[in-house]
Design a protein around this ligand. Structure first.
Ligand SMILES: *Cc1c(COP(=O)(O)O)cnc(C)c1O
Length: 412
């Protein structure tokens, strides 16, 4: 993409130009059969994506948000329940919990991985909940509601600590629904099973998003539920299609939440490139680590535990003078992002949950210090060196505060 020497945050044009012929062929095929909803193109993608995730079932739906909502509902989350997730995620995670009729409750993150901290989860289950004597259900002390599920988010493509989370879920009788919306192809080494597992294969069910900016993106909206559980897959298939398994026989009320055939066809084409694209992202991340490693005192590079392989959906650094660095990079025509600037518990939409500033200190501190650098498979080495060089200049300048004023003025 030639953006007159600016470096974009993502490049969604290049991969589509590269694949244009194959993608146009998909549209032609759909036009000539008029099979726009459901049908063989959707089934083919579902088969291929299930294989990619190492699960027997994949059900295509029309967004990651619907995938999460349907997965929660199909797994048995009911109106009146509480579901645990993190405050450091995109709002779709908690929206889906609410849309399934449940109430989100938050547990803070690990400061290094930015994902659900299993120790804090344990503390919450131990001290924030009571076992109901009659029903045996785990009740939230905060709301009196039964806690029935936990939604670990593999944020930025980095895997949540699934062994510990699954062990706690088992001990407390919770379902596990992975929010894998940023984690297509990420992997987790389960010490318990002594093998690598794919994101989306480790819970009762998992949700993926194919929003265009994700590692596997549609040319429009899309999402999928993956699962080992045939019953869950069957229920999601009904929920996405007005509660029917047979036309006009509605066992339950459902939704209009289907994946359309053109998007499925596009996704099948792009899925063939996903592993190579993810490998490129990992190379780019390694190069960033090398280029930025010397700035260690001022700037924290992403932490990848040896039990995880991130797909580097995002490359997120951490620095105290985050806003200043972002402005400096922007003046140097380097685009960056913040994922996410305002933690969910401090959003107006969640005032009613009763959390306040200070409820989740690790998330709050991270939210003021994280910065996502340009990251996409087509990011060239030269551009990457420019990003790192500009960040290096900033760190040097801010280490000697007198120099900063004159430096930012000279950035053109
Ligand atoms: C993108 C995303 C979603 C929602 O996906 P949509 O397809 O946009 O509905 C949910 N959770 C996370 C963590 C996401 O990044």
């Amino acid at each position: 993409m030639s953006q007159a020497n600016g470096i974009p945050f993502v490049d969604l044009v290049s991969p589509h130009v590269e694949l244009e012929e194959e993608l146009v062929a998909v549209v032609k095929k759909a036009l000539r059969t008029a099979g726009f909803i459901g049908g063989p193109m959707v089934e083919e993608f579902e088969r291929e994506f299930a294989k990619f995730c190492d699960v027997p079932y994949c059900v295509g739906v029309n967004s990651g948000t619907d995938a999460l909502r349907f997965a929660l509902m199909a797994a048995g989350v009911s109106p009146g329940d509480s579901v645990i997730t993190v405050p450091n995620t995109f709002i779709a995670t908690s929206e889906a919990i609410s849309q399934a009729g449940a109430r989100p409750e938050f547990v803070d993150i690990d400061p290094r991985t930015y994902n659900l901290d299993p120790f804090k989860l344990l503390v919450y289950l131990e001290t924030g909940c009571d076992r109901d004597r009659l029903s045996g259900k785990l009740l939230s002390r905060k709301t009196g509601r039964p806690i029935t599920a936990v939604v670990p988010v593999h944020l930025y493509g980095q895997m949540a600590a699934m062994d510990s989370i699954r062990e706690l879920a088992e001990r407390y009788g919770l379902m596990v629904i992975e929010d894998a919306c940023q984690a297509h192809g990420s992997e987790y080494f389960s010490a318990k099973e002594n093998r690598w597992r794919k994101a989306g294969s480790m819970g009762d069910a998992a949700a993926f998003s194919f929003y265009p900016g994700k590692n596997l993106g549609a040319c429009g909206e899309g999402g999928a539920v993956t699962t080992h559980d045939e019953q869950i897959a069957r229920k999601v298939r009904m929920l996405r299609d007005h509660g029917q398994a047979r036309k006009y026989y509605h066992d339950v009320e459902g939704y209009n939440g289907r994946l359309d055939a053109i998007q499925a066809g596009m996704l099948t084409v792009k899925l063939r490139r996903l592993s190579a694209w993810n490998a490129q992202r990992r190379e780019i991340a390694a190069r960033y680590n090398e280029l930025l490693g010397s700035l260690r005192d001022a700037l924290t590079i992403p932490y990848e535990p040896n039990w995880a392989k991130s797909n580097y959906h995002l490359y997120v650094i951490r620095i105290r003078k985050r806003d200043e660095l972002q402005a400096y990079l922007s003046a140097a025509h380097v685009s960056t992002g913040i994922h996410y600037p305002i933690p969910l518990h401090l959003q107006k939409a969640y005032e009613y949950l009763g959390y306040t500033q200070g409820s989740f200190p690790v998330t709050e501190k991270a939210a003021s210090e994280i910065l996502s650098l340009p990251m996409y498979p087509q990011l060239g080495q030269e551009d990457q060196r420019r990003v790192a060089a500009r960040a290096g200049e900033f760190v040097e300048a801010t280490a000697a505060p007198a120099a900063l004023g004159s430096m930012s003025a000279s950035v053109g």
